[in-house]
Design a protein around this ligand. Structure first.
Ligand code: PLP
Length: 438
């Protein structure tokens, strides 16, 4: 495959990729099982990123493929607009059983981006349904990644994802990045910075709380570089939003389904928002699907008018797709049978100790971790992002390990089926890369 003529790689415009760089030296995966990918040159590559934060139960799960192929045979597609099929209801019930109390309703999407845009639209429509239509302002946060829909990039806080796409949604503000200098190399949650949530009070004073529809944050910032919430920060956001009738949305597309222990970060942190967005781990990445959890009191606001009227003019052809629902149910079965939502509790300390053992290298600016997600941030080299990419490439070609780079940060988020030996192998690949390169 690496010998392919360049033209054969041209047609696929790859997402979030340096296309020309990739195509000059492709990194191709051809199969996967358990904790490992196999590359087209026959190497076993340790999956240090659960694919793209999604294959939490590891790869090649026959329970999922069997459920998917059974479902395609039995019912390949059925609409969910004014029609139904049992699996979508069954999956929604299963999900509600594991969501924080009060988040009793599920709206299905096909991706995290759609989940985010759905959540923002539900928040806006909820206020309107209550007759509170002055609430139209949305608040995101610097460094936030909420997918690539226009809603998601508007509330998102990553400049490269925003700068080329015009004026975006009007009436959006951003909270400051929730991190304070001096928190470098903290193990787990930073102790300082909860007061950064108070900036929301300032926005309320500036705009009037009655104009603000929703605040959206990732409990742990993922794609923006893996940043943990300071102790008490999410609690503070919850208290302020509650006091002012503002919908709080946790974007759990990465933290959902066991990444930090428990099904959701909301549970692990003991802070219940009004909406949770999820995707990725919902189906172990095997079939695209997202799920938005909505508080019962919000849902009720929609269920007041004449019964023959559609309550929310929103949805996707594939919302609750039967094959995706089958994959979701099989995935949840695996998570339960193998206790995978406990893995971050069981292995979190070991993962933390191993990751922080890399602090010996002077080239590192910071190490961050919580549960089974971690990050190494490198001091900038000659060019921003160069070190991150070098380490990523070294891990892939020499270390036989897949890690993820964003700028000069390397993120790791291995499948939850891992053992201590896999952690050693992953950290070993990173250590070798840093030792060799710097
Ligand atoms: N929200 C968060 C927090 C994410 O990390 C992602 C993807 O990484 C998304 C939304 C978008 O998900 P998708 O790529 O499935 O559209």
């Amino acid at each position: 495959m690496s010998q392919s003529p360049r033209s054969s790689l041209d047609a696929f415009w790859m997402p979030f990729s340096a296309n020309r760089q990739f195509k000059s030296k492709p990194r191709m995966m051809v199969s996967a099982k358990g904790m490992y990918y196999q590359s087209d040159d026959g190497r076993q590559i340790l999956d240090g990123t659960a694919g793209l934060w999604c294959s939490n139960a590891g790869h090649g799960r026959s329970e999922i493929s069997a459920a998917v192929s059974r479902q395609i045979d039995q019912l390949d597609f059925a609409p969910t607009f004014q029609m139904g099929h049992p699996l979508a209801f069954e999956l929604a019930n299963r999900l509600v059983d594991m969501s924080p109390p009060g988040l009793d309703h599920v709206f299905f999407t096909n991706s995290g981006s759609e989940a985010v845009d759905t959540a923002l639209k539900i928040a806006l429509a909820y206020h309107k349904a209550k007759g509170d239509s002055g609430r139209t302002r949305l608040i995101g946060r610097e460094k936030g990644y909420h997918g690539t829909g226009f809603g998601g990039i508007s509330v998102g806080g990553l400049v490269n994802n925003r700068r080329s796409f015009g004026p975006l949604l009007a009436g959006v503000d951003h909270l400051k990045h929730a991190w304070t200098a001096g928190s470098e190399f903290t193990q787990g949650l930073p102790l300082h910075g909860a007061d950064l949530a108070d900036e929301l009070e300032g926005m309320i004073a500036l705009h009037g709380g009655e104009t603000i529809a929703a605040v959206i944050v990732e409990p742990i910032v993922g794609s923006g570089g893996v940043w943990m919430p300071p102790v008490g920060y999410l609690e503070r956001l919850r208290a302020i939003t509650q006091q002012h009738g503002i919908v709080l949305i946790f974007d759990e597309v990465i933290t959902g389904y066991g990444r930090i222990g428990d099904a959701f970060a909301a549970t692990r942190f003991g802070v219940t928002p009004d909406i949770i967005t999820s995707a990725k781990g919902l189906t172990n990445g095997a079939i695209p699907m997202g799920a938005v959890f909505v508080a019962d009191f919000m849902h009720q606001a929609f269920m007041q008018g004449p019964e023959q009227i559609i309550e929310l003019f929103h949805g996707y052809t594939y919302s609750g797709h039967p094959v995706a629902a089958a994959a979701g149910l099989a995935t949840l079965d695996i998570y339960a049978a193998e206790g995978l939502f406990n893995k971050a509790y069981e292995l979190g300390d070991y993962f933390q100790a191993q990751l922080h053992s890399l602090a010996e290298f002077d080239v590192l600016k910071d190490i961050r971790n919580f549960g089974l997600v971690g990050a190494l941030e490198f001091k900038p080299g000659a060019q921003f992002g160069a070190r991150g990419y070098q380490v990523f490439e070294h891990c892939f070609w020499q270390g036989n390990a897949l890690v993820r780079c964003t700028g000069d940060t390397i993120a790791v988020s291995p499948p939850l089926i891992l053992s201590k030996e896999h952690i050693d192998e992953l950290i070993g690949a990173l250590r070798a890369a840093v030792k060799t390169l710097y």
